[in-house]
Ligand binder design. Structure first.
Ligand SMILES: Nc1ncnc2c1ncn2[C@@H]1O[C@H](COP(=O)(O)OP(=O)(O)O)[C@@H](O)[C@H]1O
Ligand SMILES: [Mg+2]
Length: 375
């Protein structure tokens, strides 16, 4: 394995020789390695090698084109803003000037590798209950969207079709219930009823995108705390990473999913449902961080749907886990038989809790918006 990785590493345009390759196990989608090079002057320099998960990302070239366009644009923005505190992912090309290195696996399938500069002196947390880290995570994604607010959208491809089309996710669930390949639908009747009662909200965001009442923006689509590198010295964010799902979309996808994933009191598959709820301190921190960057750029329609987007995106995840359970667990990795069912129940509990807090959530968003707009 290591020999194969060394061969791939040598295809990239890097001075010196690779002296160490370490696997990084924190991501769950791509295979990630830290590669250390001894440079010609004897000093060591790290890089990040990733094998793209091509069953999730079926169009790696389009994906890299999106990343190249967005990172080049962000780099120019940092320079124009005199921002020396933050960084942008930097692609290292192959010796023949490509952004992807293509090889064949032992079984003959095509594999795609890419290399980035390594972001030093930073850490990515898989979960955090530290309000400062959650604030800076919201700020990082807010800054990302702010700096891309005038990005030419025709340069961006939709690499995963209908990713946040919650209405389509709902229709797919209805289809899966009808087919019911594993005879599991009867077991989840209660959960299905929960979703059915909320059919109407599934089309809220997409219908407003289609009618142009919501603008298309560059969205990250994976706004988790571990996709932000936090500066080890001062807990500020250093860079937004994991740009594989950068696509055109609504800021509501990123904000809603950001709150869902950073501000739930428990992990996504916790089965102790009494402990699954929206932690309002974390919600406030992420919202403040996000709005401290994005407040002046938001339209009234975007602002008015921010609270609701948390509920919608959480429901979307509940639908996806439920569909996957009914289908026999073909998409999300499972560690035990009812893992996806537990995840669906967890997200349903979170939706219920968000609904009970929606008045407060909306009030807080408006208050925070006003505060940052005036600053
Ligand atoms: N350029 C980088 N420099 C340093 N560490 C990185 C860099 N990119 C990713 N990482 C680390 O590798 C982990 C996995 O990378 P990521 O791109 O998020 O892959 P995945 O899609 O599998 O989540 C991140 O959580 C982070 O800890
Ligand atoms: Mg990641």
């Amino acid at each position: 394995m290591q020999e194969k990785i060394s061969k791939i590493v040598n295809m990239f345009n890097i001075d010196g020789i690779p002296v160490e390759i370490q696997k990084n196990n924190s991501g769950i989608i791509n295979n990630t390695y830290k590669v250390t090079f001894k440079q010609d002057d004897g000093t060591l320099k790290d890089y990040l090698l990733q094998k793209i998960n091509s069953s999730v990302f079926t169009e790696p070239y389009k994906l890299m084109k999106n990343i190249e366009g967005v990172t080049n644009y962000l780099k120019k923005k940092l320079i124009a803003n005199n921002d020396t505190k933050h960084k942008v992912l930097e692609i290292i090309k192959t010796k023949d000037n490509q952004s992807l290195c293509v090889t064949l696996s032992d079984s003959g399938s095509v594999e795609y590798y890419r290399m980035y500069e390594y972001i030093n002196n930073a850490i990515s947390y898989d979960r955090s209950t530290d309000t400062s880290i959650v604030f800076h995570t919201g700020k990082a994604f807010g800054n990302f969207q702010k700096n891309l607010s005038d990005y030419p959208m025709d340069k961006l491809d939709e690499t995963i079709k209908d990713f946040h089309d919650t209405g389509k996710r709902f229709q797919n669930l209805m289809r899966d219930i009808k087919i019911d390949p594993k005879n599991r639908a009867i077991e989840v009747a209660k959960e299905i009823v929960f979703v059915l009662k909320r059919e109407e909200i599934c089309s809220t965001i997409m219908s407003k995108i289609w009618s142009k009442d919501l603008p298309l923006r560059v969205t990250h689509n994976d706004t988790k705390v571990n996709n932000v590198m936090i500066n080890k010295d001062n807990a500020d964010y250093l860079a937004v990473i994991d740009l594989d799902t950068v696509m055109p979309g609504s800021m509501l996808f990123d904000y809603g999913d950001g709150i869902r994933s950073t501000s739930s009191h428990s992990s996504e598959d916790s089965t102790n449902l009494d402990e699954v709820y929206l932690d309002l301190e974390l919600f406030k921190s992420y919202t403040d961080g996000y709005l401290s960057e994005m407040a002046p750029y938001l339209t009234n329609n975007e602002l008015s749907l921010m609270g609701e987007s948390i509920r919608i995106i959480t429901l979307e995840l509940a639908i996806r886990f439920l569909s996957d359970y009914i289908n026999g667990d073909t998409y999300f990795k499972i560690d035990y038989e009812k893992h996806n069912l537990d995840r669906a129940r967890n997200q349903i509990k979170l939706v219920e809790d968000i609904e009970s807090k929606l008045d407060f959530i909306n009030q807080y968003i408006n208050q925070s918006y006003t505060k940052y707009l005036e600053k």
